[in-house]
Design a protein around this ligand. Structure first.
Ligand SMILES: [Zn+2]
Ligand SMILES: [Zn+2]
Length: 253
């Protein structure tokens, strides 16, 4: 069984069919991410519909402009829902800068504070913002296994900084891309008990589906590449990934 630890089911064209195809392809569990208050509700809805689907609640950095104390309090209330296993996705994105830097930082800090108080893991999106991200995380009070750097796309040197802070590193379809040699090098070096995999569906479809809409069933291509670069067999990788996922997202059955 493989687990897709990061998908946006509510952004897929047909979430129900995608969940079905994932099951048929041996994807036993999916953690679906929210990107703002509205998608928190719809994400919880789909998690309640399917036993194998779990939810994370939070505000994506692109939507950080929607952050207010009132919104974050509503999200905090939603963390008590049965299928909610994490806070996210949250983080900093200075590449697209869809929301101003200051409010991204404010929103992210509020998510970190909430996750830490509630003893929930948080899911970090970081793009062109590693310096600020590492500063914020270094000065924050973090729990053991605080969260995951999702869709990691840096090199081994950057990965080590997040590992030192206690984070898991999650690899997406990017690891299958032709020019991703540095990323594959990181995937080879990350300690075995710190690796996770994901699709980030509907984005970032792995080779051989690059450029098409992504879906959780494709997480197997990510697994195949990780197994290849680490020179291990798929069952060995699967077993470790299940352990890692349950260690971080401890509310998953
Ligand atoms: Zn993201
Ligand atoms: Zn995402």
């Amino acid at each position: 069984m493989l687990i897709d630890t990061h998908a946006h089911l509510v952004s897929l064209e047909d979430p129900d069919e995608a969940v079905q195809r994932a099951s048929e392809n041996g994807i036993g569990k999916i953690i679906s991410m929210a990107t703002g208050l509205d998608s928190c509700y719809t994400t919880i809805e789909i998690a309640n519909k399917y036993e194998q689907v779990y939810a994370a609640v939070g505000i994506h950095p692109h939507s950080a402009s929607s952050y207010t104390t009132e919104v974050i309090n509503k999200i905090e209330n939603l963390t008590s829902e049965d299928k909610v296993v994490a806070v996210g996705e949250t983080g900093l994105d200075y590449h697209y800068m869809n929301s101003p830097k200051e409010i991204q930082i404010e929103s992210f800090s509020a998510h970190v504070d909430m996750a830490t108080r509630l003893n929930l893991p948080f899911v970090v999106h970081v793009r062109d913002a590693d310096d600020d991200m590492i500063d914020i995380l270094t000065s924050a009070r973090l729990n053991k296994n605080p969260g995951v750097i999702h869709c990691f796309s840096g090199n081994w040197e950057t990965a080590q900084k997040y590992l030192d802070l206690g984070f898991f590193i999650s690899f997406s379809g990017i690891v299958t891309f032709n020019r991703a040699e540095e990323l594959r090098d990181a995937a080879r070096n990350v300690p075995f008990d710190r690796i996770l995999i994901e699709t980030d569906s509907p984005y970032l479809a792995p080779v051989p589906h690059r450029g098409k809409p992504n879906e959780p069933a494709n997480v197997r291509y990510v697994a195949e590449m990780i197994a290849k670069v680490r020179d291990i067999d798929i069952p060995t990788l699967e077993n470790q990934l299940i352990k890692n996922t349950k260690t971080l997202f401890s509310n998953i059955n």
